[in-house]
Write a protein that binds this ligand. Sequence first.
Ligand SMILES: Cc1ncc(COP(=O)(O)O)c(C=O)c1O
Length: 365
Amino acid sequence: MSALAAKHNAINLSQGFPEFNPPDDLIRKVNESLLSGRNQYSPMAGQLSLREVIAERQNAWGRSFEINPDTDITIVPGATAGLFATFQALVQQGDEVIIFDPSYDSYAPAIVLAGGIPIRISLNQDFSMPWELLKSKISNRTAMVVVNTPHNPLGLVFSLSDWLILASLVQNTEIIVLSDEVYEHMVFDQKEHVSVLQIPELQNQAVAISSFGKTFHATGWKLGYVTAKAELSAEIRKVYQFLAFAANTPMQFAAAEFLLQNPSYENSVSEIMQTKRNYFAEGLSQSRFQLLPCEGAYFQIVDYSNISDLADTDFANLLTSEHKVAGIPVSAFYQNPNPDQRLLRFCFAKNNDTLQKSLDILCRL
Ligand SMILES: Cc1ncc(COP(=O)(O)O)c(C=O)c1O
């Protein structure tokens, strides 16, 4: 959709990346890192200074076990690489991995490349968890269940009670719960992000994936980390050593120093994104689009059934080519999309004038 947006000179609300820069001070620190010669390989697990500041924060946020920066955190070149290494390390030939549709596009191919079999379960019609169906799909072939909270594309968050139900379904098994938490610092209103690492019942089975690309509004930097108890982290590192070996060094030093000097930086991320969500949602309330709840991440799902009966890919194409606003058809996140669903995903992590220009168009439809 980004390529189509460029071709038609459309406002690109499709791909999920911010239009604005990371904090100036962080960029300065990257410059200083580069100029002061921090340009060679980092240790495989990442710079210790960065792992230490992450561990300190995670322990302060409350985790079900004490996060050890030496053994439990691995810095990787973006969440995608962390996901890939985790599937390669913990999924064996023929293992089943349960994922919930709509799902982020890298999961299923990465599972297949690891020799696993993706078992794709659609969320309920109202996007709640299909617990009974999940229960029926768990078997001795299940190696892993993948959760994504806050969710891309839906913008929904997993509650503590969701986690407890999931824990009850996998307890006394060796099933790994892989939680993709790249939007962990974008949660709105009274909602709170609950990490898999906060659930005591899951502590020996949990792997959490984080992304500085999202947290620093710097998706192009490709920097993230994987957190899991030492035994699981050791397996993931065995793969990661030969996947990338190490993530880029100057960004790691800069991130560590920036986080140390800005102990509550992460709170500002939710504030920025909530303001943007409100601006976009308020504007769209004047349109014929119907808005689905957005509790986190930087995506707004809209129902366009009052405007068009076209299938979502056709409507997204038309919106881009004729009206010059690009969004993503939600069917792209499914193995078996519901042909009656009329939903698009818009990314609202954009400057206000971009959002306003798109609103001017969308409100005329
Ligand atoms: C749910 C989800 N997981 C992982 C990623 C990839 O993150 P990274 O850019 O750090 O590889 C994204 C990026 O859009 C995402 O939305």
